[in-house]
Design a protein around this ligand. Structure first.
Ligand SMILES: Cc1ncc(C[n+]2csc(CCOP(=O)(O)OP(=O)(O)O)c2C)c(N)n1
Length: 375
């Protein structure tokens, strides 16, 4: 039996860590499952909110720890410095450091590789944990964090988890419904299609349009279903797909379709207000809601319990919305002629189609999109 995940959990327990907050990274999905089981756990919509939540927990005497991806540190810095460090509160941050070991996603390199320099420039102490043997460094530093009221980032190299016998796949059918759903929620039949099947169903409507697709599996699936030179595939920058689509739609007359995801929209919901304010008639936001972070191991998002994305869009001022769950409803909503911005809330079941990585590099993708927009 070899389980560095369990070893880390034991170290955290020995230091009386009793509060955890996370936003997933695929490389630590097994660790995250154990964290959820072993600690009071807050699933986050954006890493920055976790800094605030953990500061509150620390004020109340808890010993908080966060579990995030290296990219998430970019979302946390201001709060880390002006809140946690400023008020001298304790926080241990476990960072799945991408871009340094067997990395397949090129967009992970810039943030992942510069992370130690960024943290050092920001005055946040950090330790690189490169192997199981280095986990001792966590044990050595945690007393300083919780008794000395310090922030410390532990940069976890993906190599640590290699050979772990604890590997687990999350069961996709245990999704608790915890919150009261407001009465205004529009009825729809339960989700039956996967993200792949939804993209497949709308593919004929995407032809010749500028399509901006969300990072991770959505982009890979779109590439496999219908590659065209006017598809902008995101490889990183979670939460930015609708902002990119809005920017394009405000700058050209071409029809723009955004393929967004529930986790990404929850990370940056304010974009719906900005989009509603301009309400460009050439923009459709297709929000594929599988109630999960599908690209990182299908951890649940809050759309499975308390958030109705269509209501969110309406609340932010988007009047032209639809909630769909069948191929026919999807085709009708995509094809409907409307004035102004369209928001389609497509209910999906979790799961990814096993498709290959996109073989086109990001600069080629960019150039093709630029050329398309010039036409
Ligand atoms: C700032 C940041 N935090 C975390 C991640 C890791 N990550 C990549 S894709 C993804 C899930 C996106 O979920 P969703 O938008 O619901 O789309 P789905 O994959 O379910 O289609 C996560 C958490 C990231 N890339 N960037």
């Amino acid at each position: 039996m070899y389980s560095p995940e369990e070893e880390l959990i034991t170290i955290l327990k020995k230091s009386s860590v009793d509060f955890a907050a996370s936003l997933p990274c695929e490389k630590i999905k097994t660790l995250l499952e154990m964290v959820e089981e072993q600690f009071f756990h807050v699933p986050l919509t954006r890493e920055e909110e976790g800094v605030g939540i953990c500061a509150g927990a620390a004020l109340a005497g808890r010993r908080p720890a966060m579990f995030v991806q290296s990219s998430g540190i970019g979302n946390m810095l201001n709060a880390l410095l002006s809140l946690t460090q400023f008020y001298e509160l304790p926080l241990a941050i476990f960072v799945s450091q991408r871009g340094i070991y067997k990395e397949k996603i090129a967009a992970q390199f810039p943030m992942g590789q510069r992370l130690p320099a960024i943290l050092s420039g920001a005055g946040v102490p950090c330790s690189s944990i490169s192997s199981r043997d280095d986990l001792i460094v966590v044990a050595q530093n945690l007393p300083r964090v919780y008794e000395g009221n310090q922030v410390h980032a532990f940069l976890l190299n993906p190599a640590i988890w290699e050979g772990s016998t604890a590997l687990r796949e999350r069961a996709l059918d245990q999704r608790p419904v915890a919150c009261v759903i407001p009465d205004q929620r529009r009825e729809a039949s339960p989700p039956a299609l996967t993200r792949y099947e939804i993209i497949e169903a709308v593919a004929p409507c995407l032809a010749g349009k500028l399509v901006v697709s969300n990072l991770g599996w959505p982009s890979k699936e779109l590439y496999a279903i219908r590659h065209q030179s006017s598809n902008f595939y995101m490889l990183g920058s979670m939460g930015m797909v609708s902002p990119i689509g809005l920017g394009i739609s405000l700058s050209c007359k071409k029809d723009v379709v955004v393929i967004d995801g529930d986790g990404s929209l929850l990370m940056n919901p304010g974009i719906l207000a900005t989009a509603a304010h301009f309400a460009p008639g050439n923009l459709t936001i297709l929000a594929i809601d599988n109630s999960s972070y599908g690209s990182t191991g299908s951890q649940e998002t809050l759309t499975g319990s308390c958030v109705d994305l269509e209501l969110v869009a309406r609340g932010f001022g988007i009047g032209n919305t639809a909630k769909v769950s069948t191929q026919e409803e999807l085709a009708a909503a995509m094809g409907s002629v409307s004035k102004g911005l369209k928001f389609i809330h497509a209910l999906a079941v979790p799961g990814n189609r096993d498709v290959p990585n996109i073989p086109v590099d990001h600069i080629t993708v960019r150039n093709q999109v630029i050329d398309f927009l010039k036409e």
